[in-house]
Design a protein around this ligand. Structure first.
Ligand code: IMP
Ligand code: MG
Length: 177
């Protein structure tokens, strides 16, 4: 049986998203900023973040299904590529959660090949336990050590993305034998 244990409330998420958005608005003042959301997990975070950022910016989305290889030269398979030209622009990648870092490391290689002015990373959750690659997270709303979490865009087998807060997902053994 699956049990959901509350870990971050919707009010705490709201407060942190506002703080991060204020910081981004200062850091990118007078810069040509493009938020690039990574599908699907970032969609709720992105929609709250973009509305809380007070400077002009563009938005695009990328979708990845898998990458071949686990190192930074891994080839990414895209389910959706960028629509807009990012050359010479300041890119802020928006992730739901950074875990091993493999997805981001491979994505960054792809973005570098498109010659943006800069690339930085903003994640809702920075999960440290399984990090395999050195990925510099520039903005993190929350840091957790371990566990599998769901809600606010994060899923388990495509479920729970709609939950307004963040929960730790635990499997309970209910067998009596
Ligand atoms: P990684 O950093 O390449 O290992 O993968 C990060 C991706 O794995 C995230 O974008 C999520 O889609 C998924 N993921 C990792 N940890 C969790 C979790 O705790 N809950 C839900 N999805 C997770
Ligand atoms: Mg993801």
């Amino acid at each position: 049986m699956i049990k959901l244990i509350p870990v971050i409330s919707s009010q705490d998420i709201r407060n942190r998203v506002e703080e991060i958005a204020a910081q981004i608005s200062i850091d990118y003042m007078d810069k040509d900023l493009v938020l690039v959301g990574i599908l699907k997990g970032s969609f709720i975070f992105l929609s709250d973040l973009t509305r809380a950022i007070t400077i002009d910016h563009a938005i695009d989305l990328v979708g990845t299904s898998s990458y071949i290889g686990t190192d930074t030269t891994g080839i990414i398979e895209f389910t959706k590529k960028l629509d807009i030209d990012i050359s010479g622009r300041h890119i802020l990648l928006i992730e739901d959660i950074v875990d091993t870092g493999n997805t981001l490391a491979a994505l960054i290689q792809y973005f570098i090949s498109l010659h943006p002015a800069s690339i930085k990373i903003c994640t809702l959750i920075d999960k440290k336990e399984r990090r395999e690659l050195t990925v510099t997270v520039d903005y993190a709303c929350f840091t957790i050590e371990k566990g599998f979490i769901v809600g606010y865009g994060l899923d388990y087998n495509e479920k729970y993305r709609n939950l307004p807060a963040i929960f730790d997902l635990k499997f309970e053994d209910t067998s009596t034998a």
